[in-house]
Ligand binder design. Structure first.
Ligand code: NAI
Length: 245
């Protein structure tokens, strides 16, 4: 096996469906122990059970620091110290700026950006002690390009890039590598709502001529979590089929 994560423990937020689930499956398949993190504990546990006995389901709203700390402690009690943190949980509240409410802004920034701050703060001490760790933040191509109707979401994903680079610099001396993946258009529940016409227009912009699959992102996470990526930190890897070149 080229990528062998046996003995490592991963903690993947928002991993009961979509991209997060594909990431959890890929890490588990490479031999890692996996903390499946969702907002609903029953769902998280049933997804973990479907992966196998090296997985455990825990619940938290990543926007809530105390819940994150408790979920990290619960996962570590069962699986051991977290080596690989994947900040995947995210949501959208799209609207043109003039119609965005404070609640739309706060909900998106609190989950997508503050959530990553919470999980990093909660796990990084252990990584520092062990002088080893990988943190992978799932951003978005719109964090680089911006997008009409997504000022809040794009700001949260751009913020993740600043967070990634800063934490990469702060903890490189402890051998903690921090990177960001910026997916393009991936087929999941999040993008299901897109009207057929908009989907067709988008497809024309993608050089590889197809929408992305959750597994396309999961493969990149696997790479960044592995020894193959031992000399990569503070980077943004775009996984968009050549949508933005
Ligand atoms: P999804 O909506 O299918 O899954 C997101 C997961 O995050 C859900 O399980 C949801 O419950 C969880 N979540 C949301 N807010 C949370 C919170 N406050 N606390 C805990 N969990 C929370 O979405 P998808 O498509 O799988 O997205 C995963 C990540 O990939 C997100 O960060 C998203 O922004 C990002 N992304 C997705 C793209 C796409 O085209 N689908 C493109 C670029 C980035």
């Amino acid at each position: 096996m080229i990528i062998d994560l046996a003995g490592k423990t991963a903690f993947v937020t928002g991993s009961t469906r979509g991209i997060g689930l594909a990431i959890a499956k890929a890490l588990y398949g490479a031999g890692a122990k996996v903390g499946v993190v969702g907002r609903d504990v029953e769902r998280a546990r049933s997804v973990a059970a479907s992966l196998g006995d090296r997985a455990a389901g825990v619940a938290c709203d990543v926007a809530k620091a105390d819940q994150v700390d408790a979920a990290v402690a619960a996962a570590e009690a069962v699986l051991g110290p977290i080596d690989i943190l994947v900040n995947n949980a995210g949501l959208t509240r799209d609207n043109i700026l003039l119609r965005l409410t404070d609640a739309d802004w706060d909900t998106v920034l609190d989950a997508n950006l503050k959530g990553a701050f919470h999980t990093i703060r909660s796990t990084i001490k252990g990584m520092m002690k062990r002088r080893s760790g990988r943190i992978i933040n799932i951003g978005s191509i719109v964090g680089l390009t911006g997008n009409k109707g997504q000022a809040n979401y794009a700001a949260s994903k751009a913020g993740l890039i600043g967070l990634t680079k800063s934490v990469a610099k702060e903890y490189a001396s402890r051998n903690i590598l921090v990177n960001c993946i910026a997916p393009g258009f991936i087929e999941t529940d999040m993008t299901d709502a897109l009207p057929t016409e908009a989907r067709a227009t988008l497809l024309e912009e993608i050089a590889l001529g197809r929408l992305g699959r959750p597994e396309d992102v999961a493969g990149t996470v696997l790479f960044l979590a592995s020894d193959l990526a031992a000399y990569i930190t503070g980077q943004v890897l775009v996984v968009d089929g050549g949508m933005v070149i």
